[in-house]
Design a protein around this ligand. Structure first.
Ligand SMILES: [Fe+2]
Length: 290
């Protein structure tokens, strides 16, 4: 039987991998500027400064794009909560630098989308602000997880966010929305890669323990759900709109990562790990036809 490593042992053993991946991430990620993507000349003041307040007829955005971008603002804006959750597990040396970097990236995503929505008068600004305040006050809390679970979960969450943003781009709403969604999706994909490479390193160190964590996180995975100003929740609406359909989660989120980690071909599993892999082969959450 393979010996499980403690979170402390894993944090230490993987610190160099974090350092290398952080350097690669910063090297690879495009040096883009949020302000470049916002059509500032379309903007005008609200009544408070002598302009005109928002009315629904000012919005030229389709309902699906409005929904997708509102959800993106609320999810990304809630990053202090996610930051807290990540920070609980990844609080040493290079891990902490990565948490800071990741937080800064999520923040610029939120800044960019919110700036666009305000300048384009695409959604009710007061309603969005109320939703933001309520959503962040509520915060986000999850059960305490061990390190590999945190990493696997974050890899799945970023891969899912990338799917959501790629679908938003595919709406072809207008060139600005498409550009913004593609820009953010590219960042999400690199963030997913970072977390996935840490999981890969954990698999090399402690294969059975890591594959157990991966399987547990697949079983427990749920994308962040946002309650919208009209009381409806984002998960059902995004599924209906084809932006993020949980029925395709296996194919779009889990299977590509399992393949990246060579789960079904690696030969270093003990009996415990092999049993987990066998269960994954027929897991309906991964392979819809199973
Ligand atoms: Fe992200």
């Amino acid at each position: 039987m393979q010996k499980n490593l403690t979170d402390r042992e894993l944090l230490e053993a993987l610190a160099d991998v974090v350092d290398r991946n952080l350097a690669r991430h910063i090297d690879t990620v495009a040096d883009w500027q949020p302000h470049d993507y916002v059509p500032w000349s379309d903007g005008r003041s609200f009544e408070f400064l002598g302009g005109t307040d928002w009315t629904p007829d000012q919005s030229e955005l389709g309902e699906t794009a409005k929904l997708a971008l509102t959800v993106s603002v609320l999810v990304a804006d809630n990053l202090p909560s996610y930051h807290r959750e990540l920070g609980k597990a990844l609080r040493t040396g290079p891990w902490w630098r990565w948490v800071g970097r990741w937080t800064a990236e999520e923040n610029r995503h939120e800044i960019l989308i919110r700036n666009y929505l305000m300048v384009a008068r695409a959604v009710d600004p007061v309603e969005l602000e109320r939703a933001r305040m309520a959503h962040m006050t509520l915060g986000y809390r999850r059960e305490p997880l061990h390190l590999i679970d945190v990493l696997a979960n974050a890899a799945f969450e970023e891969a899912a966010a990338a799917v959501r943003h790629r679908s938003t781009a595919a709406l072809n709403e207008n060139p600005i929305v498409t550009g913004i969604a593609e820009r953010i999706a590219a960042d999400d994909e690199l963030q997913a890669e970072f977390f996935a490479d840490l999981v890969a390193a954990a698999l090399d160190l402690s294969p059975d323990q890591a594959v157990r964590a991966i399987a547990d996180r697949i079983a427990g995975f749920r994308v962040p759900v946002v309650e919208l100003p009209d009381g409806r929740t984002s998960d059902t609406l995004l599924a209906e709109a084809g932006i993020y359909d949980p029925a395709r989660e296996g194919e779009l989120v889990f299977a590509p990562l399992l393949e990246r980690w060579n789960i079904f071909t690696r030969t270093d599993f003990g009996d415990e790990g092999k049993a987990v892999v066998e269960a994954l082969r027929t897991d309906a959450r991964v392979f819809a036809s199973a």
